[in-house]
Ligand binder design. Structure first.
Ligand SMILES: [Zn+2]
Length: 424
C-alpha cells in the first residue's frame, strides 16, 4: 500500500540523508556576520531543481545585516503535484551560530561516528532541513500525482531574529494563507514532540540618572548606581516573587519556564571598564548614569501592556521614596506569544504520523524562547504552524553538536506520512 511504499522510499535514502546533512554542515553559514548564505541556497537549488521543484532566490534587501559583502539570501523551492490541493511548507533556517570553544571534532567537517553526525548546525537545524528534504523527495517518488504542492524553504538569520529571513518573506506574502496552508519548522524539538509555539518576549533598557561629582564628596553629586540599587531591590522583593505566581497553561519545556521569567542581561554604570592591559587605578567619580537590560518572557495569559505596566509601577514606587530619582525606559524588542491550537490540522496530522511511526502519543510542548513561528503567525497571519524535527534541543549552540541518523530517519518518516495524509 501507499504508506509502505513511502516508508521504503525513506529507508532506501539513508545514505543520501547522511551525505546531504554532511554537505550542509560543510557550508559554514555563520551568523553573525551571515557567511555563505548564497552558497547554501545554490547547493539546495542544484539538488531540488532536477527533482521538479521550481526555485526562487529571495534576497532580503535592506534587512538588518544585509550588505553586498553579506547579502541575506533565502531559497524557496516549490513542487506542484498533479492536481489542485493544499500546500505544505517546510521552513528551516540555514544560519548557524558561532563555533565557540571546547570542540573535539571539526565543527564544519560533518564527521559521522556511531550513528551521529557532528558539526555546528547539525542539530540546529541542518539535520532537520535534510530530513524534510528526504521526506519530500521520498513522498514525491512514491506519489508523483499528489494534490496541491510541497514547499521547502531555507531562510536566513533565524538566530538573530529572522528579519532577513522568514519575517521578510512573510512581509512579501510568501506565507499568506491563500498560498500556504500548513507550515512545519523542523527545529530540534525531538522526533516525538510537537512544538505548538513559544512564550512572548519584551527586552528593554532601564536607565537611572544621576549627577557626576568627586568621589570624596559624593553628597555633591547624585549616584545613578545607588538609584539602580533601589530599583534592583524592588525587583528582588516585589517583582520576582510576583512573577513566580504567574503560571501558564502553555506546556512549556523545561517546566521551570511554565511561569513568567525575567533575566537582567547586563548592568553598566559609572566609568567604563578599563581597556585590557591598563594597569592604572580608577578615578573617583560619582556615577551619573546606570543602565540595565531586562529580558522579560511572558505568557499567553498575560498582556504586554500589563508586563510593561509592572515595570513602570515599580519605577514610580522607587521615585516616591527617592525625591531626586529620574529614569528612562527604552523598548528594544518585543514578540507576542504564539500557540497553535491542538486541534489545528497540521498538529492532528503530525500527531497521527508520530503514533504510526513511533507507536506512541505525541507530546505537545511550547518553547521557552521564540523562533520563526512568530513571523508566520503575526505577519503571515497563518495559524496552522508548528515546529517538529529531529534532535535534542539542549545540544543546540553547544560544542560537539550532533544529530542522530536514526532520529533523522524517523522524523523523515513522520514528515512523509504527514504529506501523504494532507496531500493525497
Ligand atoms: Zn534553530
Amino acid at each position: 500500500m501507499t504508506e509502505d511504499r513511502i516508508l521504503s522510499e525513506i529507508t532506501a535514502r539513508r545514505d543520501d540523508l547522511i551525505a546531504l546533512t554532511q554537505d550542509l554542515i560543510r557550508i559554514p553559514t555563520l551568523n553573525p556576520p551571515g557567511r555563505n548564505y548564497r552558497e547554501i541556497c545554490d547547493y539546495l537549488a542544484a539538488r531540488l531543481e532536477p527533482k521538479g521543484f521550481t526555485v526562487e532566490f529571495i534576497r532580503a534587501h535592506g534587512a538588518p545585516g544585509d550588505s553586498e559583502t553579506y547579502p541575506r539570501w533565502n531559497l524557496l523551492a516549490r513542487r506542484e503535484g498533479g492536481q489542485p490541493g493544499e500546500c505544505v511548507h517546510f521552513n528551516s533556517h540555514h544560519d548557524v551560530v558561532e563555533v565557540g570553544h571546547g570542540w573535539t571534532r571539526d565543527p564544519f567537517g560533518g564527521e559521522l561516528a556511531d550513528g551521529k553526525i557532528y558539526g555546528r548546525g547539525a542539530c540546529d537545524m541542518k539535520g532537520g532541513l535534510a530530513a524534510s528534504i528526504i521526506a519530500a523527495e521520498a513522498f514525491i517518488a512514491a506519489c508523483p500525482e499528489f494534490k496541491g504542492a510541497v514547499e521547502i524553504s531555507a531562510t536566513a538569520d533565524e538566530e538573530s531574529g529572522g528579519f532577513g529571513g522568514v519575517a521578510y518573506m512573510a512581509q512579501k506574502g510568501y506565507f499568506s494563507p491563500d498560498r500556504v496552508q500548513h507550515v512545519i519548522i523542523p527545529e530540534p524539538l525531538h522526533k516525538d514532540r510537537i512544538c505548538l509555539g513559544h512564550r512572548g518576549v519584551w527586552w528593554a533598557e532601564i536607565e537611572t540618572k544621576g549627577r557626576i561629582a568627586h568621589g570624596s564628596m559624593p553628597f555633591l553629586g547624585d549616584s545613578a548606581i545607588r538609584h539602580m540599587g533601589a530599583v534592583l531591590e524592588q525587583m528582588e522583593h516585589q517583582l520576582y516573587p510576583l512573577l513566580t505566581t504567574k503560571h501558564t497553561a502553555m506546556p512549556v519545556i523545561p517546566a521551570g519556564a511554565r511561569q513568567s521569567t525575567m533575566n537582567i542581561n547586563s548592568i553598566h554604570g559609572g566609568e567604563p571598564e578599563p581597556e585590557p592591559g591598563f594597569t592604572g587605578l580608577p578615578a573617583p567619580c560619582v556615577a551619573d548614569r546606570c543602565r540595565i537590560i531586562i529580558d522579560r518572557r511572558f505568557l499567553i495569559e498575560e498582556d504586554i501592556k500589563d508586563v510593561k505596566g509592572e515595570i513602570s509601577t515599580l519605577l514610580e514606587r522607587v521615585k516616591a521614596q527617592r525625591p531626586s530619582f529620574e529614569y528612562e525606559v527604552r523598548d528594544l524588542f518585543e514578540v507576542q506569544p504564539s500557540m497553535t491550537d491542538e486541534s489545528a490540522p497540521v498538529v492532528r496530522t503530525v500527531a497521527g504520523a508520530i503514533a504510526k511511526v513511533l507507536g506512541k502519543h505525541a507530546e505537545y510542548v511550547v518553547s521557552p524562547g521564540t523562533y520563526d513561528q512568530k513571523h508566520i503567525d503575526r505577519i503571515g497571519k497563518l495559524k496552522n504552524c508548528i515546529a517538529y524535527g529531529p534532535g535534542v534541543l539542549d545540544l543546540a549552540h553547544q560544542p560537539d553538536e550532533w544529530i542522530g541518523v536514526d532520529d533523522m530517519m524517523d522524523s523523515a518518516r513522520v514528515m512523509a506520512l504527514t504529506l501523504k495524509e494532507l496531500l493525497l
